[in-house]
Design a protein around this ligand. Structure first.
Ligand code: 13P
Length: 332
């Protein structure tokens, strides 16, 4: 088994998912500010240490994704983040894209950038102790988007990133996100997600990416946040799995983003997904659905540090329990 295959299997091990704590400095700073915390390098460090040191976290979390700033920071006891997290039994990951940027020729759409100098950056991250990476491309649904140009260009970026990661011995998390923003229906989301994922599959194949050594991080198939017809978890699960069925069995696993769903809804949808037999594990790689309650409970108050950790633990436990329902079904 190659290193990437082994790590990808560990990231998607039964009952475990990934914690996305890789907000950029700008996004993290504005979330801290909204929670009443002064946004500094140290407050961002303290907050990420709070998350990572949540007691029992490794029972439900196989890996944590960080941003460049955090990967170079240290725990309060002086240990670098990647080492300290590894000693907790958790893989350290790194977001390596440099963001979704507007693109000439594609008005109103974005292309995710970050390929320049990527192999050298990956080598440095591997040396620091990262074992996996993340790259996110975004697609929004409107009358005329996503265009074919944006779809293919983003899919090509994801594939070039994934090939570079595997060459560097890092597992690529491949994240094509169809955004929830808008009034589109569940059927609209299904059609767009299928088209986007088909382009990603085609580009991954063109660059010889080994699917057994990647984790796919897609959106769940769900209606837009201003669509009046709200689907239930069974509908979301059925539509999501129907789209995913186009992926071959060798894909290591699927770890969903939460995409702005309320935490409880994301967990209920994840539980419903476990009712479907699939050749690959279906787990979580949630950001907001895990960290928002923790930030709200802590909000920078030393006396509420444990409350922040309890809030994270509660949501990790609920999502891990949802995954264990699959293990129960399969052993029944
Ligand atoms: P959300 O779960 O908040 O969508 O974030 C996941 C993520 O990693 C976005 O890139």
């Amino acid at each position: 088994m190659s290193t990437c295959t082994q790590i990808a299997a560990e990231l998607t091990a039964p009952g475990k998912g990934i914690l996305a704590a890789d907000e950029s400095i700008a996004t993290m700073s504005s979330r801290l500010e909204n929670a009443g915390v002064s946004p500094t390098a140290d407050s961002r460090r303290i907050y990420r240490e709070l998350l990572a040191t949540t007691p029992g976290l490794s029972d439900g979390v196989s890996g944590i994704i960080f941003c460049d700033e955090t990967l170079g920071q240290v725990f309060t006891d002086g240990r670098p983040f990647p080492q300290a997290v590894r000693e907790l039994g958790i893989h350290a990951g790194i977001k390596v894209d440099t963001g979704a940027k507007s693109c000439p020729g594609l008005p109103g759409e974005t292309i995710t950038e970050g390929l320049d100098g990527l192999p050298a950056r990956l080598a440095r991250y591997a040396e620091l102790g990262a074992t996996f990476a993340k790259w996110r491309a975004v697609f929004s649904i409107s009358g005329r988007t996503p265009s074919w140009g944006a779809t293919v260009s983003n899919a090509n970026g994801l594939a070039r990133y994934a090939a570079a990661c595997q060459e560097a011995g890092l597992v690529p998390i491949v994240e094509p996100e169809v955004l929830m923003t808008g009034a589109h229906t569940l059927a609209d989301c299904a059609a767009t997600t299928a088209t986007v994922q088909a382009a990603v599959r085609q580009q991954l194949a063109a660059l010889g990416v080994d699917l057994a050594g990647i984790v796919l991080k897609p959106n769940m198939v769900i209606e837009g946040d201003s669509c009046p017809d709200v689907s239930d978890p069974e509908q979301v699960a059925e539509a999501t799995v129907a789209v995913l069925r186009a992926w071959p069995a060798q894909l290591a696993g699927v770890a969903f983003l939460s995409g702005g769903q309320p935490p409880e809804r994301a967990t209920a949808n994840l539980a419903a997904l476990q009712q479907h037999q699939t050749p690959w594990p279906l787990t979580f790689s949630f950001g907001r659905a895990l960290v928002s309650p923790a930030l709200a409970a802590w909000h920078g108050d030393d006396l509420r540090y444990r409350d922040g950790q309890s809030a994270l633990a509660k949501h990790v436990t609920a999502n891990s329990a949802a995954l264990r329902r699959r293990a129960d079904l399969q052993s029944a």
